[in-house]
Design a binder for this molecule. Structure first.
Ligand code: FES
Length: 144
């Protein structure tokens, strides 16, 4: 079996929603200290919906594919749904990632959460700090 699914290869070669939103309502940047990958998510939010989302990822193919898929999964969706996006859902939507690459999907989940946290903070909106902790980032990542 191929190491990477066709979907991973597709999103790696043709990533969706790459770029920057200059007047973003929320920006989230997370990094993994072990592999050095960095991911930034930009959100445009209107009427509690993710009107637009873009990302920049400096990292491995799985991180690029994960961020691309994550943007597809939340674009046009309510903020409440974007908050619940898990790295497992991202990996499943990609038809799986090798076990040692699962941490790349964690970066995508956390970058979105960091961007939502930024949006809430900027607008003085209350949120659950156990869902959006201050130390968002990929702490448990093991990189082979
Ligand atoms: Fe670190 Fe993919 S995010 S190797």
């Amino acid at each position: 079996m191929a190491l990477y699914s066709e979907k991973v290869m597709d999103h790696f070669r043709n990533p969706r929603n790459v770029g920057v939103i200059e007047d973003a309502d929320g920006v989230g940047e997370v990094g993994n200290a072990k592999c050095g990958d960095i991911m930034t998510m930009y959100l445009k939010i209107r009427d509690e919906r993710i009107e637009d989302v873009k990302f920049e990822t400096f990292g491995c193919g799985s991180a690029i594919a994960s961020s691309s898929m994550a943007t597809e999964l939340i674009k046009g969706r309510p903020v409440s749904e974007a908050l619940q996006l898990t790295n497992k859902a991202v990996a499943e939507a990609l038809d799986g990632l090798p076990a040692y690459k699962m941490h790349c999907s964690v970066l995508a989940e956390e970058a979105i959460k960091a961007a939502l946290k930024d949006y809430y903070d900027k607008n003085g909106i209350e949120y659950d700090h156990s869902v959006l902790p201050d130390n968002l980032g990929c702490e448990e990542c093991e990189v082979d």
